[in-house]
Design a protein around this ligand. Sequence first.
Ligand code: FAD
Ligand code: SF4
Ligand code: SF4
Length: 1023
Amino acid sequence: MSKIDNKLRTDLEKKFGNRVSFRKSERKLYGHDIAVVPGLIKPVIGQTIPDAVVQPQAENELVEFLRWAAQYGIPITPRGKASSGYGGAIPVRGGIVVDFYRMKAIKHIDPEKKTATVEAGVVWEMLDRELMKQGLTLRLYPSSYPSATVGGWLAQGGAGIGSFEAGWFRDNVISARVVMLSGEVREFSGDDLDLIYAAEGTTGLISEVTLRVQALEEIEVIAIGCPDAHDLQQMVESMIDRKLPIWSLLFINPRMAELKNKAPLLEHFEHPVEERVLLPASYIATLTFRKKDRGTIMDSLPEIMKPCQAELLSDRIAQHEWKNRFKIMLVKRLGPSLVPAEVVIPLSELGNVMAEIEAKVDQPVVKEGLVIREGAKGQPEVVILGFIPSDQRRFSYNFVFVLALTIMNIVEKHGGRPYSTGLYFASKAKNILGEAITARIKDFKKKVDPKSILNPGKVIKGGIIGKAMRFVGAIEPLIRPLGNRVMTHLGERPTKPVRGIPADVVWYAYGCSQCGYCIDECDQFYGRGWESQSPRGKWYWLREYMEGREEWDQFMVDTILVCTTCELCNLRCSASLPIEPSWMKLRGKLIDEDKKMTFPPFEMMAASLTKEGNIWAGYRKHRTKWFPEELWGKHGPSHKAKVAYFAGCTASHVETDIATAAVRLLDAAGVDFTYAGEKENCCGTPMLVAGKWDVFAETMKKNIQAIKEVGADTVVTSCPACDMMWRQIYPRWADKLGINYDITTEHYSEVIAEQVKNGKFQFPDTAKKIKVTLHDSCHIGRVSSVYDAPRDFIRAIPGVELVEMEHNREWAHCCGSVLTLIKEPPVAADIGKARMDEAMETGAEKILAMCPCCEFQFRVTAEKKELSIETVDLARFAASTLGYDFPDPNPEVQRQWAVFEAMIALMTPEGFAALMGTMWPEMIDAMPFGMGKIMRFMGKIPGALNLMKPMFPILIPRLLPLMMPKLMPVMLERVGERIPMPDYMREQMPELMPKVMDNLMPHMIGDVVPLVTQPMIDYLRGA
Ligand SMILES: Cc1cc2nc3c(=O)[nH]c(=O)nc-3n(C[C@H](O)[C@H](O)[C@H](O)COP(=O)(O)OP(=O)(O)OC[C@H]3O[C@@H](n4cnc5c(N)ncnc54)[C@H](O)[C@@H]3O)c2cc1C
Ligand code: SF4
Ligand code: SF4
């Protein structure tokens, strides 16, 4: 039962505005962590779905919030990135999840003292990036560095990369500010840190952490192979005895090496884009040390390695292991699930523990470990993260899960302990945290949170789940044979679609480890800040859908559609999942196959595209107006050439400087090219991403035909989206549709850079000096890896200094355009501003961009956010140095945007309801079967319309299509009054609008009716 009644809900809305969520499908995403709890255990956990999720953005908000929560006794569960798997971030009594996502300021970095003070929600990778700017770096970090938060690691406790030298994270923290349940903010340091370290928020919520960092130095990596765990143990002991100055020591077992060799490679358009580095089937230790210590280490190694039969592995293996150190979940794709078991053991027991696990567990246990030179009680310790591949969808997963407890029992027998308490091992707190510290935390908890409101059921006080785990642990020897007997299949093996989700996407959904690496850099996510908008959230939702606990609604359809297709997630994913391509498949399923509603403005674009070949409702006869007259004979459609310039519709109808400049450059560089002129159509990108694949296919066919007709076999583009179509998408679709396609594609920057390189062209020296930065467009950057050509091109212009933004080339951030701009213009402006701020930080005078849509978006953003930096098209910028002048595209952009913005606002249930509100007399008159008269009559009888009210949701959707022909003229008139359309657009509306209404109304009417019912009744009553 929800603990949040209407009053409390209103309180939260007042406090947090759009930083609180009550949406069930959203809350569900905040009710789990990375672990997959077996079906038999799940029901005893409690109420895992919180009643609300809040996102405080400053400590003072946290103070006020905790006082409020204490007053009403509402359970609180803190959450960093939920990258842990001990259940600490899972609510067990509902209540409120406090998501620290927005508390991520880096408050202070002190290069002298080598300390950093940060808000709890800052992600390790983010912090390290800032430190590096000041010649510093982290002393240690978890291998979940791309996602985990600093506060989360302090609350969870742990060791990680760098721990060989730096020890446990606890030893590297100077102090922490913690908000207590009373609202008091206390600073913890020294011994008092024991009261919050690994206490998982049960004693207070960490708001700020000050930690030690180190000087940034060049590091080196080597990899060593050992035949077995005893040898590995002996080798590491010897390294410690000799005090080798190693910074980090990680290792994997032969099973892990074997699985890594089988794991899928990173793919791009279904082709691997990385080389496989085969690992030997041995224990592989990866050692990292400072370059200055190389001599000491390498000199000692032969003597250390020899008795252990160890061998130095190739540099390629060492670099590969280091580069992929965060990708430990890659092997999950072979499961597609993993049963985890994480433990700490004395180094002196490593060989024995490994041998006993091998003897007792018949399933393949893949292991990754790290060594701490000086662990608890000053002795060397090893942290082992073990995984058993399994399939959570099968009942047998329950039995395999028990084997994790087998491993725990073995470890405890050898003087080890589980890694953490969390939800499952509270009964082992004394062993995990130490007796004295456990007693101190218990005492402290009694004082500061006697009613157990802060993260109940965790760390020291386990609930039923803790008892269940203890019980299963005790009877583990009885269940073990069942777990051992389960047939384990390794390898990716999609079988069949589930509830319409394509088979490969089904597998990926379960293969996702929920590690969260994809979250922070996803622009769909950071524009909004909610888990549902991230790849991780979508995979989890899909699992829920496939298991029948969720259904598609327009919110979720929109959530799939609104991904900007930037493809950054593909590169960040720890499991190398083809994320964006999966969303692309779902677009086809949802819109093309299931006929769900796409974003309404796409319907207007589709109608315009079908009629005139462009999405801007311009006339086809106006498409070529931008083409320089004096070049028409030389490069126009009547000229046959092997190369055709393809302008695309935005450069033809809106930002025409791009197309004009591109042909000027190609001509000046001596390229023989032609142009398809009015036969050219939109490239189709908007239709592809809208899921309107029938319109896309027709458009593509027309474009291929047009290029064939001018005799070309090479298309030169200026727009990256067009480029993506010609270079990547058309060949695949042509193949699918049996169309002969032997067309190659180049971007004009590639063509010009090549001409410059071959000495066939050079830019004149205008004696002007300017500093510029380049915005890499996703659709030519990550999609086709065109990074160097535009840079070479810019550098070929005398006097131009190119400075890079922090995120560039394959890591460049998206501009936030088309899909976001169409769906949520204010979010697009936020995303655009983030990118433009980055550009401004470089000190550049101008942002050079290649994509008409990115430029459109930056211009609109600059206007909205009052940003001073100018965006200039790269071709225009370069062609200007040749002495050409171009009209300023800005006024046309703002004019077109005004139309679009008004159109977007109109094409919503609220927009249509408001439009209807301007035409009640005409609407009533347009009702068929004399219904209008009846309605007017009913309006005169008190209470009659109210009685009819329940019928409106049935009546109106049936009547509306019949009313449309009569209503259309007045509707067009009213639309014209609301939208500042240019004449050519207004002229076409009678043809475009009916198509748009036909496609939209069946989907939208259900949401419109509740909004218009009362206003219509009021009108009929004469109110
Ligand atoms: C691929 C991968 C690699 C990993 N490698 C390591 C590793 O090398 N070493 C390691 O120790 N762990 C590792 N982990 C586990 C996990 O990433 C770490 O425990 C991490 O520190 C958790 O951080 P988080 O921000 O995700 O916290 P969460 O998982 O969200 O939270 C962890 C606990 O802290 C509590 N909490 C979170 N924020 C606060 C706060 N501000 N105040 C109070 N309580 C809070 C939560 O309630 C929860 O109990 C790994 C996980 C993955 C997926
Ligand atoms: S493609 Fe870009 S916007 Fe879409 S999910 Fe991936 S990172 Fe997010
Ligand atoms: S999609 Fe990839 S990066 Fe994102 S949570 Fe899943 S496995 Fe991690």
